[in-house]
Design a protein around this ligand. Structure first.
Ligand code: NAD
Ligand code: UGA
Length: 495
């Protein structure tokens, strides 16, 4: 079927019967909408791209020298296209009216209320977009669901649009999920593994798929563009994130076994990943996965399975997120255990707060969970991250979700812009994000200003642990035990 449809689309592209997309609009100028549409504008100079958002602050930043998100390569792309064929504004009505094709790229967080609270995807932003489009659209519009949504969300969008259709207005709704990862967004967008386009199985549906395919054809080879049914496309996105998260939880489960048995998780991951059927990617044991999507998409999958009475399926995927919770808690407990079972009034220098390197995003960052655990135990935290803003760290750790005692926590956290100052008089360094710059620090210099015994907990496995032990750090990492450290501990940490 796929081959038939691709042939059909290619034929219609060459037959000259296309509508020719000249104007693209994207509702939602976030981590997906901003970079995705910047790359479309960059690769398609013949298309005018208008990115709109309800947030005035966000749009102001997109139009400034300091973009609202940090992504390697993004500044350059925006600089080249902004004002030429790339525009950012709050004028949603005008952008929708002018567009031939509209991406919906708004946030779809887990619900925080009502039925499915904490698990089901909250589709209120998607629905508002559909209603806005229905209210102002003129002529024929292709509406593209780029946000990650539960299966059959496109059907809901279609219902809202068709129930509100005015004379002379028509729609086709497509699913085109995004697979970019933060920190490598531009690279992923420019050279994607695949592009999924799901559409309705009708002549109109296939024509719409053809239009979107034509946009991607500007830079993505045909063999990477996969056309499929809308529902398969929606489910493929959730399934992909679930599989990726599952790999991280799998290796993290093995890391606990390594710590208990004396095996080294890096060696195990290397050995396992050498099997070409398994592959080596996404086998880096860590303090746990974070980011805005893995957790919410897994929980969404669990919720969908439960609603369909597929309890075993729900329980299977639930374990992936339970294992992540276990890993984060395990790491925090290990820190406390090593520090003689108490961190009360001890100072810990935390390196890294973003959920991964090369982003300033902290959504669901394991750092929030580990720090909250340590703060609960009365630790003082000196936090340094190269990209995360002070206000973001403060609000993440004092939010109602993180603590019931925001005033107490506020007094316990100090944000630093210099890592060397952050370690002064600290009992330990805790690495929670894998920023490259952490590998280049002068740890001898750091050790000299720390309390002794000085501890280093590497939650990302990025440092040279043997060298740190030789310097005199009591070093702990995920999925490995150092025998010399044990001797140190029994000798009271006398270096
Ligand atoms: P985000 O929170 O960074 O951005 C969403 C933007 O939409 C916000 O700026 C918000 O103000 C705007 N918005 C919400 N409702 C609106 C409305 N009615 N009108 C106008 N603007 C509105 O979210 P994101 O990280 O870009 O994620 C967007 C979607 O893409 C989600 O479904 C997510 O699961 C998915 N996704 C995210 C990533 C990622 O790396 N962040 C990757 C792939 C897919
Ligand atoms: C992930 C997917 O990789 C993207 O394909 C997807 O589009 C996106 O989610 C989404 O839907 O939002 P992202 O969350 O940005 O992208 O980053 P990842 O590189 O996947 O990392 C997620 C988390 O897993 C990070 O905290 C990272 O440190 C952790 N991780 C990743 C590990 O602990 N070990 C690994 O081997 C890989």
């Amino acid at each position: 079927m796929n081959v038939f449809r691709l042939t059909h689309i290619t034929t219609s592209l060459h037959s000259g019967s296309r509508m020719v997309v000249k104007n693209v609009c994207c509702i939602g100028a976030g981590y997906v909408g901003g970079p995705t549409c910047s790359v479309i504008a960059w690769k398609c100079p013949d298309i005018r791209v208008h990115v709109v958002d309800k947030s005035q602050a966000r749009i102001k930043q997109w139009n400034s020298d300091k973009l609202p998100i940090y992504e390697p390569g993004l500044d350059e792309v925006v600089k080249e296209c902004r004002g030429r064929n790339l525009f950012f504004s709050n004028d949603i009505d005008q952008a929708v009216r002018e567009a031939d094709l509209i991406f919906i790229s708004v946030n779809t967080p887990s619900k925080t209320y009502g039925i499915g609270k904490g698990r089901a995807a909250d589709l209120k932003h998607i629905e508002l977009c559909a209603r806005k489009i229905a209210e102002v659209a003129e002529g024929h519009k292709i509406v593209v669901e780029k946000s990650t949504v539960p299966v059959r969300a496109a059907e809901s969008i279609s219902h809202i649009l068709s129930a509100n259709t005015k004379p002379g207005v028509s729609y086709q709704v497509l699913s085109n999920p995004e697979f970019l990862a933060e920190g490598t967004a531009i690279e992923n967008l420019v050279n994607p593994d695949r592009v999924l386009i799901g559409g309705e199985e009708s002549a109109e549906g296939e024509a719409a798929v053809g239009e979107l395919t034509w946009i991607y054809h500007h830079w993505v080879p045909q063999h990477k563009i996969i056309t499929l049914s809308t529902w398969s496309s929606e489910l493929s996105k959730l399934a992909s994130n679930a599989f990726l998260a599952q790999r991280v939880s799998s290796i993290n489960a093995i890391s606990a076994l390594c710590e208990a048995t004396g095996a080294d998780v890096s060696q195990v991951a290397y050995a396992v990943g050498k099997d070409s059927r398994i592959g080596s990617k996404f086998l880096q044991a860590s303090v746990g996965f974070g980011g805005s999507c893995f957790q919410k998409d897994l929980l969404n999958l669990v919720y969908i399975a439960e609603c369909l009475n597929l309890h075993e399926v729900a329980m299977y995927w639930q374990q992936v997120t339970d294992m992540n919770e276990y890993q984060r808690t395990r790491f925090a407990k290990r820190i406390i255990g090593c520090l003689f079972n108490t961190v009360t009034d001890k100072t810990l220098a935390v390196f890294g707060f973003a959920f991964k390197k090369n982003t300033g995003d902290t959504r669901e960052s394991p750092a929030i969970f580990v720090c909250s655990h340590l703060l609960e135990e009365g630790a003082r935290l000196n936090i340094y991250d190269p990209k995360v803003e002070r206000q973001q760290i403060e609000s993440d750790l004092t939010s109602a979700r993180a603590t019931s005692e925001p005033e107490r926590v506020e007094k316990l956290i100090h944000i630093y812009t210099d890592p060397y100052q952050a370690v002064t008089d600290a009992h330990a360094i805790v690495i929670l994000t894998e920023w490259d710059e952490f590998k280049t620090y002068d740890y001898k210099k750091m050790l000299s200003v720390m309390k002794k015994p000085a501890f280093l907990f590497d939650g990302r496995k990025i440092l040279d642990h043997e060298s740190l032990i030789n310097l005199g750090f009591h070093t702990e990492t995920i999925g490995k035990r150092f025998t010399r450290n044990t001797l140190l501990r029994s000798s009271g940490g006398d270096l």
